[in-house]
Design a protein around this ligand. Structure first.
Ligand SMILES: C[S@@+](CC[C@H](N)C(=O)[O-])C[C@H]1O[C@@H](n2cnc3c(N)ncnc32)[C@H](O)[C@@H]1O
Length: 357
């Protein structure tokens, strides 16, 4: 039987109902219980048009495309109402072929949302699936992308662009070590090299100088090439570097500015062992939007939470979650998935529950 995960939820005061809860019911009705301007991020993937019968019924099997879009708009309008002026809505919808023709459903939805709900479409971020369902069509290509639309209701939306697809290592060090260790490995390589003592001295001085530039934030990172240790640069601008390498025995390549933040996320379709849900989206993508659009303790709501992917991503990043789904089975699974998440995540959740709201 479906049991709410958070035993303390019944006793706390309820300016914001349902936070850190998975709630079973129709999202259009449940959203009406959420105060206006109260949620930082709505991120979701509604049922796709004519894709499957979900346990619990719900949206997706309307006869006409227009009826499907209208049903989605009823939910979307509520989402616009409940997000803060600084908030965002991110919606992932897949497309559908009928009679061998794409319906362009995601774009019909995005057009309706912008025309009917007064939102601005900031980006259409493309999810590139590195492992699309292997199908052998003779007369068309395998679909391997889906859009994630990012909508806002004011220009003041929170945005932390440096956090989006941030490399695992500190970018300022460019992989040459971190903090005090930045660039240290090159000192050892200089000593190992066959450079003349005077060249080694020059290389050490140049290395110290460039390390200081990284520490002062003047450049983002650097690479050093040492004759006899690293491969020779060649061609174009690198031509000058080859001359430096021949003459001085080393060259330093300075890296300026941040890497381009592009509207693409490449990641595989996820599958979870023993998961009853047939269509989950990758936690990794939700995490990227959570980092981009919210801060610690912010509230992230998913009106079609399914297996709980959004809640898991929110917990990983110390955000509050609210998840709705019409299916009891999926709600129960989502709660179990949250229970199985790392114990420290739940501890964080419990401490916050006692202190907030
Ligand atoms: C594409 S799935 C979401 C999957 C989810 N992103 C995940 O990673 O597991 C859509 C979900 O919407 C739910 N649903 C359909 N109509 C609904 C409604 N009116 N209210 C709430 N949930 C609904 C379905 O049960 C299904 O779990």
């Amino acid at each position: 039987m479906y049991q709410p995960l958070t035993a303390y939820s019944a006793t706390r005061s309820s300016n914001m109902p349902f936070w850190n809860e998975i709630v079973c019911g129709d999202s259009e009705k449940l959203l009406q219980l959420i105060p206006s301007d109260s949620v930082d991020l709505v991120i979701t993937s509604p049922p796709y048009f004519h894709q499957r019968e979900y346990d619990g019924g719900g949206i997706g099997n309307e006869k006409k495309t227009g009826d499907y879009i209208s049903a989605l708009m009823n939910v979307f309008r509520e989402c616009v109402r409940i997000i803060k002026p600084t908030g965002s809505i991110v919606v992932n919808i897949g497309d559908k072929y009928e009679e061998s023709s794409l319906l362009l459903m995601p774009y019909r939805f995005a057009i309706a949302a912008t025309e009917q709900c007064g939102v601005t479409l900031v980006n259409n971020v493309t999810w590139v699936k590195s492992n699309p369902t292997p199908r052998q069509f003779k007369r068309r290509l395998v679909s391997s992308t889906e859009p994630f639309f990012h909508f806002v209701k004011s220009k003041n939306y929170k945005y932390f662009i440096d956090e989006f697809l941030k490399p695992a290592y500190e970018p300022s060090t460019n992989g040459n070590g971190t903090g005090e260790n930045v660039g240290k490995k090159y000192f050892g390589l200089i000593e190992q090299s066959a450079l003349a003592p005077q060249q080694k001295e020059m290389a050490r001085n140049a290395l110290e100088e460039v390390i200081e530039e990284v520490r002062n934030g003047e450049i983002q990172g650097f690479r050093m090439k040492i004759r006899g240790i690293h491969s020779e640069p060649f061609g174009g601008q690198e031509g000058g570097r080859k001359i430096q390498l021949d003459k001085n025995g080393f060259t330093i390549i300075r890296i300026y500015g941040n890497p381009l933040k592009k509207d693409v996320i490449a990641t595989p379709v996820e599958s979870l062992k023993n998961c009853p849900h047939p269509a989950i989206y990758p936690v990794k993508i939700v995490e990227e939007f959570i980092k981009l659009l919210t801060q610690t303790n912010d509230i992230v709501l998913d009106p079609f939470v399914g297996s709980g992917s959004t809640a898991i991503a929110a917990l990983q990043h110390k955000r509050m979650y609210i998840g709705f789904d019409i299916s009891q089975e999926y709600c129960a699974y989502a709660e179990q998935r949250i229970r199985d998440a790392k114990p420290q995540l739940l501890l964080w959740e419990k401490n916050n529950a006692e202190n907030a709201y």
